[in-house]
Design a protein around this ligand. Structure first.
Ligand SMILES: CC(C)(COP(=O)(O)OP(=O)(O)OC[C@H]1O[C@@H](n2cnc3c(N)ncnc32)[C@H](O)[C@@H]1OP(=O)(O)O)[C@@H](O)C(=O)NCCC(=O)NCCS
Length: 168
């Protein structure tokens, strides 16, 4: 990621002023993320603006699976015929309005993919459940395919990011 942002796991950073323009995503960071981390159901990573030390953006990552039947045949054909395929879920992704339009969303997406690729748990896809059509358009812009049965759900093979991550 281009400076001046530093990626960190969510801890004690002040988060009261975070505003991405979507109330549910603001509330999640302020009152739910810490609990989800403690309960082990999500990890949350934040981009800190090195100048103001404000949280400029965040995302959450958890393990999940896709049913083989949900995956378009073009993507499924190289996979073994197990009923489930392991995936990482980008549950939430949000950029503070002061920092939108500066490629930070794209950087957080790449950061999430990199963490999933580096995981010692096998993961094939990165999955994103968009909350709105605008968010879905963001994922499609970055090469995610929509799930034909759940239109706001999108996924992309993690191998797509492997080259950028230096993995071939
Ligand atoms: C959607 C969001 C994450 C995008 O982050 P951002 O930092 O403003 O976007 P970036 O500057 O990284 O954009 C990178 C690219 O995506 C494109 N893009 C950004 N938002 C887009 C959208 N809604 N639809 C389609 N493309 C989009 C940009 O045009 C840019 O394209 P380019 O690289 O070809 O020039 C951010 O605006 C946001 O947090 N919105 C409110 C919360 C939200 O809707 N989150 C979505 C997940 S639930």
């Amino acid at each position: 990621m281009a400076t001046p942002f530093v990626m960190e796991a969510l801890g004690a950073q002040p988060r009261d002023e975070f505003d991405c323009g979507v109330d549910a995503l603001n509330r999640y960071l302020k009152s739910q993320a810490g609990q989800d981390i403690r309960r082990g159901v999500a990890r949350c990573f934040v981009a800190i603006d090195a100048g103001s030390l404000a949280i400029a953006g965040y995302y959450t990552l958890s393990a999940c699976h896709l049913l083989l039947d949900e995956i378009p045949s073009t993507l499924a054909k190289k996979l073994p015929h197990y009923p489930e395929v392991p995936a990482a879920r980008l549950g939430r992704l949000a950029i503070d309005v002061r920092f939108q339009g500066r490629k930070l969303g794209a950087s957080l997406l790449a950061d999430a993919a990199l963490r999933a690729l580096r995981s010692e748990v096998a993961v094939v896809f990165l999955l994103a459940d968009a909350k709105t059509e605008a968010a879905a358009a963001f994922y499609r812009h970055h090469g995610f395919a929509p799930d034909p049965q759940t239109p706001l759900r999108h996924f992309i093979p993690l191998a797509t990011f492997a080259k950028a991550a230096g993995g071939g």
